[in-house]
Design a protein around this ligand. Structure first.
Ligand SMILES: Nc1ncnc2c1ncn2[C@@H]1O[C@H](COP(=O)(O)OP(=O)(O)OP(=O)(O)O)[C@@H](O)[C@H]1O
Ligand SMILES: [Mg+2]
Length: 266
């Protein structure tokens, strides 16, 4: 299975909200891993089955302590919990101060997430900069998705971050612009900016800016979630992302085997 990392360059374009939405719509078994060093929002905004409070002591920090004996599916799942609705989540740190206690966990964590037999992993990596501790998680992902809004400053920061990130990741790159569904021209302008940079950002998506829909992922929703522009736009995006990472990863080309295939004794 595969790791998909979601992040932003600056501001709060809606990475946590989108991670929750994509996780809820993901067509296969998936774990939402909160890898934002700024601190967990899911623990504050969401509840467990039946509206029960989530256990904020169980998550990345308890996993870091347990991982000294080894890291694998079982240990990660033992420190995860379910949200109301059934999505599995590994809660992030409660505060940035707890990140220091994570030691060298980020690197093995990224590798393990990308190889979990249990299912795919969606990592909410928050804002990323050149010295972000969670960078190794992003470097292990099969698909890295940066999010921005359609404002000039958000796009400028996205550009700057992408131009650095391409030198640090081998993954497929995607961009999600969060904008009002009517703002198609503004979103097209973002794609024009990316084209002008000649960066290998092949996957481009427009997620609806929709306050009523987003409120459901902030503990404040009312009415029918499935009819909201947020869910309508996220449904196609989620299906595309899941399909992009469902194929087996490309194997290294075996030059010797290609030149001298087995059984060719000439
Ligand atoms: N698609 C959306 N449409 C409208 N409002 C949204 C959308 N996504 C998020 N929001 C709102 O924007 C605010 C920030 O969202 P969220 O916490 O998901 O952003 P973030 O990028 O994870 O921020 P941070 O970097 O601070 O963690 C919240 O109030 C949320 O309800
Ligand atoms: Mg967030």
């Amino acid at each position: 299975m595969a790791l998909v990392a979601l992040a932003s360059a600056k501001g709060s374009p809606g990475v946590t909200t989108a991670s929750l939405v994509f996780g809820a719509l993901w067509p296969r078994q998936v774990l939402l891993a909160e890898c934002d060093p700024a601190g967990s929002d899911v623990a504050i905004r969401m509840t467990g089955p039946g509206g029960a409070a989530l256990n904020s002591d169980r998550g990345l920090v308890s996993l870091a302590a347990a991982s000294r004996k080894g890291l694998g599916d079982e240990v990660i799942l033992a420190h995860s919990q379910q949200l109301d609705g059934g999505l599995d989540v590994l809660l992030g740190v409660r505060s940035p101060e707890q990140v220091g206690g994570m030691g060298g966990l980020w690197h093995p964590l990224g590798i393990t997430f990308n190889q979990m037999q249990h299912g795919d992993v969606l990592a909410d990596c928050g804002r990323i900069g050149a010295s972000s501790p969670q960078l190794p998680v992003i470097q292990s992902a099969r698909l890295v998705v940066l999010m921005c809004s359609a404002t000039g400053s958000s796009v400028a920061h996205l550009r700057e971050r992408l131009s650095t990130l391409v030198h640090h990741v081998d993954a497929q790159l995607g961009v999600v612009v969060v904008a009002d569904p009517k703002q198609r021209d503004a979103v097209k302008q973002v794609w024009t900016v990316l084209d002008a940079m000649s960066l290998p950002v092949r996957h481009r998506w427009h997620l609806a800016y929709d306050q009523a829909g987003a409120a459901f992922f902030d503990g404040r929703g009312h009415g029918r979630l499935d009819k909201t522009p947020l869910i309508r736009t996220a449904t196609d995006i989620t299906a595309e992302m899941a399909s992009l990472v469902s194929a087996p990863p490309p194997q290294d080309f075996d030059m010797a085997n290609a030149a001298f295939p087995p059984g060719d004794d000439r």
